[in-house]
Design a protein around this ligand. Structure first.
Ligand SMILES: C[S@@+](CC[C@H](N)C(=O)[O-])C[C@H]1O[C@@H](n2cnc3c(N)ncnc32)[C@H](O)[C@@H]1O
Length: 339
């Protein structure tokens, strides 16, 4: 079992980790009434006060519309409202001054506080959206595009993506000189048919674009993934459904460095939020089984994986750096989920 030296540095780090989780919860509660609502000048001032209180960076909340309209997908690809049995394309108007997430997830400090950059546009915008009855699958919103940026930049040669959506990433990949072909695995035939009919004809490219109708889980094998130079998994809607699906991918123990996962850092925060109080419980010599049984179902499953991992570990943690390694190191986090 992992062990700790009782010293002032570890004491303080444990406290800071737990405090940052408390801060995080308070921050989310404080901004809840403002997100997705139209800001008045008064509510904008109140919100800026909150951001200052938590030291969240904000260079003004008003975003230049060009950040959206300059994006080639937003500029060039258009579609009308279309309905199928399972999904539909929808043109939705977002009212000016509506406060939105402009990106996914930025960390602040070295503990567990993080935030999503917030902002609004000063004019109404039209967003073309792919929805099903429960969720918004994809739109060319700034947060979607910036959160895929890493995958966009790393894409080269033969690219594979898991999850078609409205083909934003495939479109942007195909514009890159160093991308040779794009393959997509998508499990909803209606999503594929809509794309083939309304969007693909607008892709002015001679490069190979192949869509495989299938479940991404079945294609997540070393043999298949090795056929590509770069792979990007993006078949979840947010961190909420993403955690379970990402965990299933990790359990497959495919270890390839050319595979990336949309919003992985955000997804891993849920796990970090279990590891920190788990290690604190151990440090305080309190009961791990009481801690685990106090959690909801999904967290309990994760906490059991955390427990399994640290039971096998024989390290003695003596410094803040060593403790933070077990909270933030991606290899550790992936290994925990893979069990
Ligand atoms: C967030 S969207 C992908 C957005 C895409 N990257 C883009 O640029 O437009 C997720 C897509 O994954 C699909 N999907 C969900 N679960 C899947 C699965 N198990 N296998 C394959 N596709 C899946 C959904 O139908 C949806 O089209």
């Amino acid at each position: 079992m992992i062990n700790f030296e009782k010293n002032a540095e570890i004491d303080l780090t444990m406290k800071n980790l737990i405090l940052s989780m408390v801060d995080m919860n308070n921050y989310l509660t404080d901004i809840l009434n403002y997100t997705d609502s139209v800001l008045t000048p008064q509510s904008e001032k109140e919100l800026i006060k909150i951001l200052k209180k938590y030291k969240v960076p904000h260079e003004g909340l008003k975003y230049d519309l060009k950040r959206l309209t300059n994006n080639p997908y937003y500029k060039n690809i258009k579609f009308e409202n279309v309905l199928t049995d399972t999904v539909w394309y929808e043109n939705s108007i977002i009212k000016k001054r509506t406060l939105m997430n402009m990106d996914f997830h930025k960390t602040l400090g070295k503990y567990l506080f993080h935030y999503h950059p917030l902002g609004y546009f000063d004019s109404d915008i039209n967003l073309q959206v792919l929805k099903d009855k429960n969720r918004v699958w994809m739109s060319p919103a700034i947060s979607e595009i910036t959160s895929m940026n890493d995958g966009l930049e790393k894409g080269h040669g033969k690219c594979l993506t898991l999850g078609l959506g409205i083909g934003v990433l495939p479109y942007l990949w195909l514009l890159k000189d160093d991308v040779e072909s794009v393959t997509i695995v998508e499990f909803n035939k209606d999503v594929i048919d809509l794309f083939e009919k309304y969007i693909k004809p607008q892709f002015k490219t001679n490069k190979k674009l192949e869509i495989i109708h299938g479940n991404a889980m079945d294609y997540f094998t070393e043999d298949f993934l090795k056929k590509f130079d770069y792979v990007y998994a993006d078949f979840w809607e947010s961190t909420e459904d993403g955690l379970a699906l990402y965990t299933k991918l990790m359990e497959k123990k495919v270890n390839l460095s050319h595979v990336d996962y949309w919003i992985e850092d955000s997804i891993l925060y849920s796990l970090k939020n279990i590891i920190a109080p788990y290690l604190f419980t151990l440090y305080e010599n309190k009961s791990i089984s009481t801690f685990i049984s106090s959690l909801d179902n999904q967290s309990r499953t994760l906490a059991k994986k955390v427990n399994k991992y640290f039971k096998r570990n024989t390290d003695i943690v003596t410094t803040e750096e060593e403790l933070l390694y077990f909270i933030h190191n991606k290899k550790v986090l992936r290994e925990i989920l893979a069990q």
